[in-house]
Write a new protein. Structure first.
Length: 241
């Protein structure tokens, strides 16, 4: 059974540092915060070399619209999205890091904002809407040759909403398609599907089996498990890349 609302999720119980600790631990957590906040800072600004520098050589990411892929592929599809008029922005809302030696798990509270054009409810043309999705970005990072890099990135999707840019103009939505999307990214997934993206429907939500599975991956990472174990927990098939 997945963790119930109000109960703590699976958590790492080995030696780790989340607050306080030694001066070196504090410096490492600060460096990791700089690393993870680089996602919204560099990706939104299309600073691709700086964005790529946040990741390990074999870095792997999951998003609703790109699916799971190697970081280099994600950058390429992101470039194409910008060229096609897609605008995805991110706001940072707070960071916490659990440090265990040369590995850590960082969680970055964020809000994704993406603008879309949808058919107008009155049947005349299109209307603009903003979809806002509240999340917890998670970064599984490691220190290699003195530098922190992201090995895996995956997100808890908590809830979202759709806001007409002009409140006098409402969109027309397909109820069946909307209902097919998971609660945590219902409107975001719906709109991204309208753009032709194959939206993943088994990503972690605020609670549930996939949420617990991601927490188990966090535990395995901090415990020093190998890439094969993490790939299995995170549902990665590198042979498809």
């Amino acid at each position: 059974m997945p963790t119930a609302w109000g109960d703590a999720p699976p958590l790492y119980n080995g030696p780790s540092s989340i607050i306080n600790g030694t001066d070196q631990e504090k410096l490492d957590r600060y460096a990791i915060r700089e690393l993870v906040e680089g996602w919204p800072t560099h990706r939104d600004a299309q600073e691709w070399p700086r964005f790529r520098a946040l990741f390990a050589d074999d870095g792997y990411v999951f998003t609703t619209w790109s699916g799971g892929c190697h970081i280099d592929k994600f950058i390429e599809v992101s470039k194409e999205g910008f060229k096609n008029g897609e605008r995805i922005m991110h706001q940072c809302l707070g960071t916490t890091t659990e440090l265990a030696g040369a590995r850590a798990v960082a969680k970055l509270k964020t809000q994704i904002t993406q603008r879309f054009e949808l058919p107008a409810a009155d049947g005349h043309g299109t209307v603009e809407v903003d979809v806002e999705c509240q999340n917890r970005f998670t970064f599984l990072v490691e220190k290699v040759n003195g530098e922190w890099k992201t090995a895996y990135y995956k997100v808890f999707y908590e809830k979202d909403k759709m806001i007409p840019v002009d409140p006098r103009q409402l969109p027309r939505l397909d109820d069946a398609q909307l209902a097919s999307m998971p609660y945590g990214y219902r409107y975001l997934g719906y709109c991204q599907a309208q753009l032709g993206h194959p939206v993943l429907k088994d990503l972690p939500l605020a609670k549930g089996e996939e949420s617990d599975r991601l927490y188990e991956a966090h535990i395995a990472w901090l415990a020093g498990k190998d890439r094969e174990t993490l790939d299995r927990l995170l549902k990665i098939d590198r042979g498809k890349q």
